[in-house]
Design a protein around this ligand. Structure first.
Ligand SMILES: [Zn+2]
Length: 316
């Protein structure tokens, strides 16, 4: 892709490409800020003048772009157009920067707050697809479909904005098809060549697998990866470890630090040490819970005992 771009414009780089490269060399935090501002600055070009006049982007946290609008009917209409807006933003940023757009109140501190939380996918789209998109012609039928969608809006100006967004969306679909984007086998959304599922389906898939892993660990807290795999063949050792430690943290926070007897405390030890119930004894329970003491629920007047008060000297 980069090769063909170079071939088309030999010796000449577009200013935004140069800026991107410079920013890239300045480090990832700076890069995030740059793409963030890129979106905020170019909001009218991304969504069109009408929407831009009636909305203001507040910032991006994690994978969500938050926008504020005091126009209730526009909010309703835009709700329908969210997937297109997400695509437009990502194309403008030149990479998958957001997954969702949500409405919010105006932020007190806009733009760079929470900037560290922006999730950055590797830059798969090397050039600004927005410009390429503009050159993609639409058929009469497609233009008609855009008009009809716009006509469903109650308001003429909103209708125009919606038709415009829909036309952009259709152009983008064509552009992607011309670049060998494939349909996601699950949802049909277009995804980059070489991927098995689109980003939203693969996230859903991951969530499904990790939920199944947690279920196995709830039933058999001592299960190690090899056992979990028998029930959830798609899981990886990393997933099992991650889910185990999340569950340990949650259960520990919910278990009193002086509790060594309850089912909860014993489940915590089984989970933490991968010990089946018949391998539990006073010593390994005491040691495991001592290790977890800072993660456990502590009463107000609790003083951490010294190690030798809990675990006898000379034993391991
Ligand atoms: Zn999908």
């Amino acid at each position: 892709m980069a090769g063909s771009l170079k071939a088309r414009s030999p010796g000449l780089e577009r200013p935004d490409t140069i800026i991107r490269k410079t920013i890239h060399h300045m480090g990832s935090n700076c890069e995030k800020k740059y793409y963030m501002h890129w979106v905020l600055w170019h909001w009218p070009e991304i969504v069109g003048d009408f929407i831009a006049r009636n909305t203001s982007p507040q910032g991006i946290r994690k994978d969500t772009l938050y926008i504020y609008s005091d126009n209730a009917s526009l909010r309703n209409e835009l709700q329908m157009m969210m997937p297109q807006i997400v695509q437009s933003v990502n194309n403008y940023a030149g990479q998958k920067m957001i997954e969702k757009v949500a409405f919010s109140k105006p932020w007190e501190k806009s733009d760079s707050e929470g900037i560290d939380e922006i999730r950055m996918a590797p830059a798969l789209v090397e050039e600004n697809m927005g410009r390429e998109r503009q050159k993609i012609p639409l058929t009469a039928d497609e233009m008609q479909a855009a008009e009809e969608l716009g006509a469903t809006a109650g308001d003429a100006e909103i209708g125009m904005a919606i038709s415009g967004l829909y036309r952009k969306y259709l152009q983008l679909q064509k552009l992607k098809l011309s670049r060998n984007y494939q349909c996601c086998p699950k949802c049909g959304r277009l995804m980059e060549p070489g991927t098995l599922l689109c980003s939203s389906c693969s996230r859903g898939e991951r969530e499904r697998i990790t939920a199944a892993v947690r279920q196995v660990l709830r039933d058999m807290p001592w299960a190690r990866y090899t056992e979990v795999r028998q029930y959830v063949p798609e899981c990886t050792p990393k997933m099992v470890n991650e889910q185990r430690s999340i569950m340990v943290q949650k259960l520990a926070a919910d278990t009193d630090v002086n509790d060594k007897e309850s089912i909860k405390a014993k489940t915590l030890v089984m989970l933490y040490r991968c010990l089946p119930p018949d391998k539990l004894n006073e010593e390994n329970i005491t040691r495991a819970l001592y290790n977890l003491r800072f993660d456990m629920h502590r009463p107000k007047d609790y003083k951490t005992p010294r190690r030798y008060e809990v675990i006898k000297l000379g034993r391991r």
